[in-house]
Design a protein around this ligand. Structure first.
Ligand code: ASP
Ligand code: MG
Length: 483
């Protein structure tokens, strides 16, 4: 069986829900379809929930009406009168439950993560009703199933973590019988069920994760992520006009790409597929006949497949004069960063120079003034003599592809290329996975570094294909701007 997931833009209005239904029907059954809320609806729901906590009824009522209106508009895609009436009745119940949830928030005068999840789940639930209705009205047997009966999680509302074993049991009870009966199951992305039965969410953008979780629970043959880009791209097309779709990548490469800023898959999304070796295909709803990108355990090619950049980072350098202090210093630094929830994006250590460098994502942590000071305090508290340096406006540029780190010349080639382009390299790192090389550069040089490295490692398009692909890149860049 296959699991197909449609993101918010792919079900953004009545026409697109109709297109999604046609794409679903073109795939062989049995199939489960995971849906996001229509684009914009999750944000509207969160706005409504926040407004309910602090503002008057008027704004809340307006937002709730906008949400209802959006869902009713999409219901127009249900051609059959009876099916439409049934869907509208189910939506009425759902919207009444939304009003109740918002009223509870208003009474409490504050928005708890639990109430937030209960509220925000409305978007995916509505979409599951709508797409199932559209499929049925086109003559395709379909049922909707809500993930707060299936995806078992802990009780960390807002960013719940799944329990895969229990999810497997629940999927066997709640989903399999429908598939066995020949129905297409339309399943809510993003949401799960806490041990006490309340609704949780997996974090923003969590529907892809839902798809691989459901795929793993059902031993799917393939998970398809239908989205608004034609696959994993070799670079951000806004930066690199020659960016192209990468036809095949490995789980490791996909994970590194996501980690280093490619927007297509969330890093944790791939994990459930990895353990069972389930192929994940990324496909475009706007070009459904294009092959997209296939993510599998072993992917062809051992060169650089994509170049990405993360910006807005800090570079911390810690010089430790006493060699024997290095381990304790790194423990102190990691402890302090972890304690402050600052993510270490890349780290490296040159023991000969007794210098450790950390590229960290310190957004919202007060920049170097605060973070540098925190590190000094942590090292002092651990009684370690050291010199702490910190640089702001740093970007981490990554060259991703199996074997890049293993190939001895890639790093020197990369440094030479950047050197010729006059781009200073602040630090270099080899990732443990051996599928990414990263260099920290000043943020102002990051776009140029990506462009240069893409040109050298991946190469310009063949002249004939170039114009066509350039136009496609322009279209892509445009769709990213809009989305
Ligand atoms: N609707 C949710 C969000 O906007 C989940 C998703 O789209 O994946 O974050
Ligand atoms: Mg989304």
């Amino acid at each position: 069986m296959i699991v197909m997931k449609f993101g918010g833009t792919s079900v953004g209005d009545a026409a697109r829900v109709g297109q999604a239904a046609a794409i679903v029907e073109a795939q062989p059954a049995p199939r489960a379809v995971v849906v996001s809320a229509a684009s914009g609806v999750t944000n509207l729901l969160l706005d409504a929930a926040r407004a309910a906590a602090v503002e008057g009824d008027e704004l809340v009522a307006k937002l709730a009406a906008d949400i209802r209106g959006k869902h009713h508009e999409i219901a127009a895609a249900i051609g059959d009168d009876q099916e439409r009436a049934a869907a509208l009745a189910a939506l009425d119940q759902l919207h009444a439950a939304l009003d109740d949830a918002l009223a509870d928030v208003a009474r409490a005068g504050k928005l708890s993560p639990r109430d937030s999840d209960r509220t925000v789940a409305t978007g995916e639930k509505a979409m599951s009703i709508l797409l199932a209705g559209v499929l049925r009205s086109r003559g395709t047997p379909a049922v909707h199933v809500w993930a707060d009966r299936v995806i078992a999680t802990d009780d960390r509302h807002g960013h719940a973590r799944p329990d895969r074993g229990q999810t497997r049991e629940l999927a066997a009870q709640e989903v399999l019988p429908h598939l066995d009966a020949g129905a297409t199951v339309v399943f809510t992305g993003f949401i799960g069920r806490a041990p006490d039965g309340s609704t949780t969410t997996l974090g923003r953008g969590g529907s892809d994760y839902s798809a691989t979780l459901l795929g793993a629970a059902l031993d799917a043959d393939e998970v398809q992520i239908w989205t608004d880009v034609p696959g994993v791209l070799s670079a951000d097309p806004r930066q690199v006009p020659d960016a192209r779709v990468v036809p095949g990548i490995s789980y490791d490469e996909a994970q590194e790409l996501a980690h280093f800023g490619a927007k297509v898959l969330h890093p944790r999304t791939i994990r459930p597929a990895v353990s069972l070796g389930i192929p994940v295909r990324i496909l475009s709803t706007f070009a459904p006949h294009e092959p997209g990108t296939l993510v599998t355990r072993e992917a062809p090619g051992s060169s650089v497949k994509a170049v990405t950049a993360l910006t807005n980072l800090l570079l911390l350098t810690i010089d430790v004069p006493e060699l024997e202090d290095l381990a304790a210093a790194s423990a102190a630094v990691f402890g302090a960063l972890h304690g402050d929830r600052i993510e270490v994006v890349a780290a490296s250590q040159a023991s000969s120079r007794r210098r450790m460098t950390y590229v960290v994502d310190a957004a919202g942590h007060g920049g170097c003034a605060r973070v540098g000071q925190r590190m000094r305090e942590a090292l002092e508290a651990a009684d370690i003599e050291s010199e702490v340096g910190c640089e702001e406006d740093v970007a981490l540029v990554a060259a991703v592809g199996a074997g890049v780190a293993a190939a001895p010349h890639t790093l020197s080639q990369l440094l030479a290329v950047l050197g010729r382009a006059g781009i200073p390299v602040l630090s270099t790192n080899q990732q443990h996975s051996n599928v990414a090389l990263t260099v920290a550069v000043p943020a102002k040089d990051s776009a140029r570094a990506v462009l240069t490295l893409h040109d050298v490692f991946i190469g310009p398009q063949a002249a004939s294909a170039r114009g066509r692909r350039r136009r496609r890149a322009d279209m892509l860049a445009e769709s990213l701007r809009v989305g």
